[in-house]
Ligand binder design. Structure first.
Ligand code: RIB
Length: 271
């Protein structure tokens, strides 16, 4: 049918929109149309959309999972060519396009240490998601490598959405004394966190430096502009389709490819 299915977990988060752009552009250039499905983090919706896409006989699916779970969809994927992006799914037999989340978390934290910060907080994404867990591991390792002890009270759980960044920062600001810098595991939470600081009459970065992750376009337009770990979002989408086209054209391809792309720290005003 020259159609590709794309399932993303949250269409309100610009990260997924920018990955989808790479997929849609490259698909269209190669004569494919893309059906975009938003699972909204809901396993039932994820399963429903797999059914919709298979009933429409798409040639392949690019899948960004809502959670680390895949057993609910595995029986329904059949032989349909599948490529996983961003969130590693060990129990799904598929090629994957990921980034070096550990290295990105490490670089974000080392940047804050190099600026002289010693009490550095972290607002995590969903703990069961590999990208968040790996970023937090990078944060902890950077602290240890510089003689600093990771403290549980400085690590607050978020869910990759604005509100959880705002609430997480409020909790960190209640500490006596509060951290002087915070690494948020994605830009959307970093933006929520920035508002929490400014709502208390404090300033970014003078009172609290903030680093995000993703480098969505918006990061260049916040006030102050947001320092962030850049993910190659457009390229992730394009490479995912290249892998998918290989699968579609030769289903007897052996083995699975795992592509891990580098991240880059982009320093702006928030640090
Ligand atoms: O902002 C959404 C987050 O979910 C991104 O960091 C991306 O890596 C995905 O895991």
């Amino acid at each position: 049918t020259h159609t590709i299915g794309l399932i993303i977990p949250d269409n309100s988060n610009p990260f997924f929109a920018e990955v989808a752009r790479g997929i849609e552009d490259f698909g269209f250039q190669n004569g494919y149309s893309v059906i975009l499905c938003n699972s909204d983090g809901d396993l039932k919706k994820e399963l429903a959309y797999i059914g919709v896409l298979t009933s429409k006989r798409v040639d392949g699916i690019v899948f960004i999972a809502a959670t680390a779970k895949a057993e609910h969809i595995k029986p329904f994927l059949g032989e349909i060519p599948l490529v996983i992006v961003d969130r590693k799914m060990p129990d799904l037999e598929a090629d994957s396009v990921l980034v070096d989340n550990f290295g990105g978390g490490y670089a974000a934290t080392r940047h804050l240490i190099d600026l002289g910060h010693r009490k550095i907080g972290c607002i995590t994404g969903p703990p069961d998601l590999a990208p968040s867990a790996d970023r937090v591991a990078g944060y902890k390792q950077a602290l240890k490598d510089h003689g600093l002890q990771p403290l549980d009270e400085l690590i607050v759980e978020g869910d990759f959405r604005y509100q959880s960044g705002n609430e997480g920062m409020r909790r960190l600001l209640d500490l006596e004394p509060p951290p002087t810098a915070v690494f948020a595991c994605n830009d959307v939470m970093a933006i929520g966190a920035m508002k929490a600081v400014q709502d208390q009459g404090l300033r970014v970065p003078e009172d609290i430096a903030i680093v995000g992750f993703d480098d969505i376009t918006l990061a260049s337009f916040t006030n102050p502009t947001l320092t962030s770990v850049k993910q190659p979002k457009y390229e992730m989408g394009k490479i995912a389709l290249e892998l998918l086209f290989q699968r579609i054209s030769s289903s007897d391809l052996q083995g699975r490819q795992e592509i891990i792309l580098d991240t880059t720290l982009v320093v702006r005003e928030s640090t």
